[in-house]
Design a protein around this ligand. Structure first.
Ligand SMILES: [Zn+2]
Length: 343
């Protein structure tokens, strides 16, 4: 299993304009309260990574109660609205519309160069390294994956691309080489047509259960096929330092944060083998420093002050590289391959 260091892979939130981002967070908070505060239809879930029922309280965020799994150390929202409500949120809510129409539009250019193109290269390199067949079927179920599939279509002629995210039908994908076939529900990937490559950007943090989601994909991804996925991780330095103050942790987009070890354990002995597991998050340090400056009344650990207060640019780069090499950044990407035959 390889770990890649110093690559340009960043969380969406890092390139969004701050004032619109603040507006979006306010909207999310208000909409959660008005839609779900008095709802009795909330469900308790076991750990979405290892299914353990044993967990400890972590923190509350926008009314969602997050816990930490005692076994695999995932952080997850233990009580959730039902699937249809979450589907409504992701496809119809004012917050989701604001994200799509305002934030994605405003940041489209920097998103393309800083996120989409590097990601497309990662996927294309992975395909040429891991898949030897000639005509390849690729299915994208990412949230807001439109720009990514367009870049992929522009770079490849032997890949048949289908955009199957739950929001694909709303995206303006112009490439004639991309077929649109939206999934009606993110938690039902088993109905997808067979594919060689599956891309799931920002999906694992939103599904009901990562373990069963991967089990469903065994019927979709052909033997020898690969899955490219990203998700925030609980074991990252930023999340561990900032906890509920982490600016990137916003429900109901980030309901599941597996730990790096939890991901490794999830796939060991399964139908999948991990080809790459990296935490290329680049902004853990900046994010912690910003939050420490903003919330001066919080009693931050002395060790954080000692480590970060006088860290210069070079120090930030070196420490970021260290975090990446030890898989300790807060944003992970993973490539897994479906084992051809069970050994
Ligand atoms: Zn667990």
């Amino acid at each position: 299993m390889k770990t890649v260091v110093s690559v340009n892979e960043i969380d969406e939130l890092e390139i969004k304009p701050q004032s619109e981002l603040d507006q979006w967070k306010k909207l999310v908070k208000e909409e959660i309260l008005s839609r779900w505060e008095y709802s009795t239809e909330l469900y308790e879930v076991p750990c979405p990574v290892c299914n353990s029922e044993i967990n400890s309280p972590a923190f509350d965020k926008f009314g969602f109660k997050y816990v930490e799994c005692n076994d695999c150390k995932a952080i997850f929202a233990r009580t959730r609205p039902k699937n249809s409500e979450l589907h409504w949120w992701y496809t119809q809510s004012n917050s989701a519309n604001f994200w799509q129409q305002k934030l994605l539009t405003l940041s489209a250019e920097s998103r393309k160069s800083k996120i989409v193109e590097p990601r497309a290269l990662w996927i294309l390199d992975g395909i040429s390294e891991y898949i030897s067949k000639k005509d390849i079927k690729l299915t994208d179920i990412s949230f807001f994956g439109g720009p990514l599939v367009e870049v992929l279509a522009g770079h490849s002629t032997n890949i048949q691309i289908t955009s199957s995210g739950i929001l694909s039908y709303k995206e303006n994908v112009n490439s004639v080489r991309v077929a649109i076939d939206s999934l009606p529900a993110i938690d039902n990937p088993g109905i997808l047509k067979k594919t060689d490559v599956l891309i799931a950007i920002d999906v694992l943090d939103r599904v009901r259960n990562i373990k069963s989601f991967m089990a469903d994909l065994e019927d979709v991804v052909n033997p020898g096929g690969v899955v490219f996925a990203t998700c925030p991780v609980s074991s990252g330095f930023e999340i561990q330092s900032l906890w509920e103050l982490s600016p990137s942790l916003n429900p109901p987009d980030k309901l599941n944060l597996p730990s790096v070890q939890g991901l490794i354990d999830l796939f060991s002995g399964s139908e999948w083998e991990i080809l790459e597991l990296s935490t290329p998050g680049m902004f853990d340090i900046q994010s912690i420093k910003r939050e420490m400056n903003k919330s001066k009344d919080v009693k931050w650990p002395r060790s954080l002050h000692a480590l970060l207060d006088h860290m210069d640019k070079q120090g930030v780069e070196q420490f970021t590289e260290y975090l990446q090499s030890q898989r300790l950044s807060s944003f992970a990407r993973i490539v897994i391959r479906r084992i051809s035959e069970k050994i």
